[in-house]
Design a protein around this ligand. Structure first.
Ligand code: NAI
Length: 327
């Protein structure tokens, strides 16, 4: 039997955590022959709730789950971790400005970045889910300068999954028919689902769904506002689908991408497509199972260029607001 891989999850007693942990422990994150140890990180007031989550995990008797470490100590939480899933963050409250939210969460991700660098395993990779996830990731990454920048990711896969499903519904096909659909930029309402490059059943999406107004007036706003629509309907933000996207993201990173597809994740830009280097920007990506690369050579038309720059500008603004947290 393989040695267990330690997976650290922050915000472990939260909504996403509740959906995510059972999937990791059952083998859906790292595969059916990979034992795991869960390192569950919470803040002190949530330790009681976390105890309940631990009891439930124990009661699943998962064969692959070799240990559970519930803690509010970051050094203990990230110790020996090969994956860190940073889910916990402080939600925006009424009257709170984006700058305030960035500042509050910025402090959390500063200390988490440092603790990851000091305590995690040498092969640590980090996926940030907690919002604003691109900029939270930027802060953690910059506070862990010894960890290579290609080990940091912020989640836009949920947006990709949402976009694929909208195209599939409109075209009347299975979601598996929709490929090559990538999210560009920030995980926020400025994100850009580039449908011009997507395929449906192997054909250009724009040849299958020819209604241009639908893309602009329905598809893009639906994808961009989906999170808000779920909060309105459920009274709570998306959790099962967010946990599912986190599992999908790791699978996309560690498995070879099929030749006719791409996936979305925000990575540390090296200036691809003219984006400011160093921003955590979501691109169309491919993995060879070990290394990731940004898909090159995509022609962006004037409409796409405008969208790609608008979401970059938002990321630049966010970066400027947290400049004092970036050493
Ligand atoms: P939640 O409020 O149910 O849970 C958050 C948990 O994080 C709470 O248990 C809280 O105690 C914990 N927490 C807060 N500060 C922490 C810290 N410093 N260290 C460790 N734990 C801490 O929220 P939920 O629904 O689980 O969402 C978590 C985050 O994921 C939110 O920021 C949400 O906006 C974000 N999200 C991101 C998505 C994406 O696509 N990137 C999609 C959906 C949600």
């Amino acid at each position: 039997m393989k040695n267990p891989v330690h997976v650290a999850v922050t915000g472990a007693a939260g909504q996403i955590g509740y959906s995510l942990l059972v999937r990791i422990a059952s083998g859906q994150l790292l595969g059916p022959d990979q034992p795991v140890v869960l390192r569950l990180i919470e803040i002190e007031p949530a330790m009681g709730a976390l105890e309940g989550v631990v009891m439930e995990l124990q009661d699943c008797a998962f064969p692959l789950l070799k240990g559970i470490v519930p803690t509010c100590d970051l050094a203990e939480g990230f110790n020996n971790a090969s994956w860190a899933m940073l889910v916990g963050s402080v939600p925006r409250k009424a009257g709170m400005e984006r700058k305030d939210l960035l500042g509050i969460n910025g402090k959390i991700f500063t200390s988490q970045g440092k603790a990851i660098q000091e305590n995690a395993a040498s092969d640590i990779r980090t996926l940030v889910v907690g919002n604003p996830c691109n900029t939270n990731c930027l802060i953690a990454m910059n506070n862990a300068p010894d960890i290579p920048k290609d080990r940091w990711f912020a989640m836009t896969k949920l947006d990709e999954n949402r976009a694929k499903t909208q195209l599939a519904i409109k075209a009347g096909v299975d979601t598996t028919e929709v490929k090559n659909l990538a999210i560009w930029g920030n995980h926020s309402s400025t994100m850009y689902p580039n449908y011009f490059d997507a395929t449906i059943g192997g054909k250009a999406a724009t040849d299958v769904i020819t209604d241009e107004a639908w893309y602009k007036d329905d598809f893009i706003p639906t994808v961009q506002q989906r999170g808000a629509a779920i909060i309105k309907a459920r009274g709570l933000s998306s959790a099962a689908s967010a946990a599912n996207a986190a599992i999908d993201t790791v699978a996309n990173i560690v498995r070879k991408t099929p030749s006719d597809d791409v996936f979305s994740v925000a990575i540390c830009s090296q200036g691809e497509y003219g984006i400011e280097p160093g921003l955590m920007y979501s691109y169309p990506m491919k993995s060879d199972g070990e290394k990731l690369s940004v898909v090159e050579g995509i022609e962006l038309n004037a409409f796409s260029k405008e969208k790609v720059v608008a979401t970059e500008n938002e990321l630049k603004e966010e970066k400027a607001m947290v400049a004092d947290l970036l050493p």
